[in-house]
Design a protein around this ligand. Sequence first.
Ligand code: GLU
Length: 475
Amino acid sequence: MSKNQNKTGSYSFFNCIEKNFDKAAQFISIEKGLLEQIKACNSVYRMHFPVKIGKEIKVIEAYRVQHSHHKLPCKGGIRYSMKVNQDEIMTLAALMTYKCAIVDVPFGGAKGGIKIDPQTISSENIEKITRRYTSELIKKNFIGPGIDVPAPDYGTGEREMSWIFDTFLSLRSGDVDALACVTGKPVSQGGVRGRKEATGLGVFYGIRELCHVKEDMYSVGLDVGLVGKKIIIQGLGNVGYHAASFFHESGAIIIALAEREGAIYNEKGLNVSKVFLHLKNNGSILNFPEAKNIKKTEKALELECDILIPAALENVIHKNNANRIKAKIIGEAANGPITPEADEILDKKGVIIVPDIYLNAGGVTVSYFEWLKNLSHVRYGRMEKKFRENVNAEFLKVIKTVCKKPISIEEKKMILRGPREIDLVRSGLEDTMINGFHKICDLKKSLKIGNMRTAAFVLSINKIIDSYERLGIFP
Ligand code: GLU
């Protein structure tokens, strides 16, 4: 049994990430102490607070973990789930550290969690809990635009973020940068356009980039390009929902969608927007008229497909089902969906795994844009939109004089258009995901690393080491 395994022989979630880290550390020659410091969780704040729900007082268990302070503020989502525990939040905070470094987002990693099931609690009570949690964070100096900036995660969204912001503002009135204390806010409350779909869109950009690499596609017996690829998506929360829509729009075939209650399957492809309408009207994806039901949702992971996208919770692919996975590519839209044992099995089978610390970094990338917007107090595009439109109008005049063919109204509109906030956010995200992908692949090649996960960790650790150099303690 290795030192990372517990008495039952399985790994804690945090140990799983340490294991991935240790594999990468073999490719880095730096003092062991620094690697230990990067790996360790800097601060763990575990709290219990009372909230009156109905006539009863309920004691709520919650966490905020700051894994790394090598860059400030710390950054990471807050999840609401009954599975929340210290090990989980520590691990997710660590993943945030590595994720931010890969996509050049200047934050330390953090994560928060409240152990509640939001589906069984009224929104009034969720609001009470969220506001109390925020004031606990303020009390301990665990939140603030330059300290630690939460965001949405599993079980939370724009609504919770605006409660957090409002609570922060009421206790820190006069802080001109208060809007930057949390990201993922509604646009009307200082959010940025494009944040909601950012993680799903980032997943799409990352997988699309991989599908354009001939060598990789041939290694798993697939053609180049995303069009026609058969995809399964597990989890239709914010990330899975948007990823599914982007893949569908780009010409990929979504053959199965899996949710908690079961999965649906159609070999010829599901019409994603119709499925979502069905889900909205019926409260379940099951019994969608153009698909077969699969009762056991885990079975959907084992269907024949080209690309599998786990987009819900951690550890869904483990040593007991890894051998039955038939996907040629797995894109980790969720954090930590594959255990280390399963990772080894899949690696041996030649499956390409696009790791979470790169693939789901789209959310925090656009959170970074939102934070910058809040600190600069100006909407993206406000300064240059009209200027670009004026320049484009000049271009149009030149085109008209040299071009014999008439220009259609649609073409004119396209040429004249100046960049809106959503255009700038999306192009920033696309560029980030493309760059990140190639940096990982270049390193994988140059150091002859066997898989993308280890290469991604090496890239990330190297970047963190660079930022520690300011301390002057390392060569
Ligand atoms: N919860 C998201 C994640 O796991 C977003 C974090 C953020 O935007 O700070 O990456």
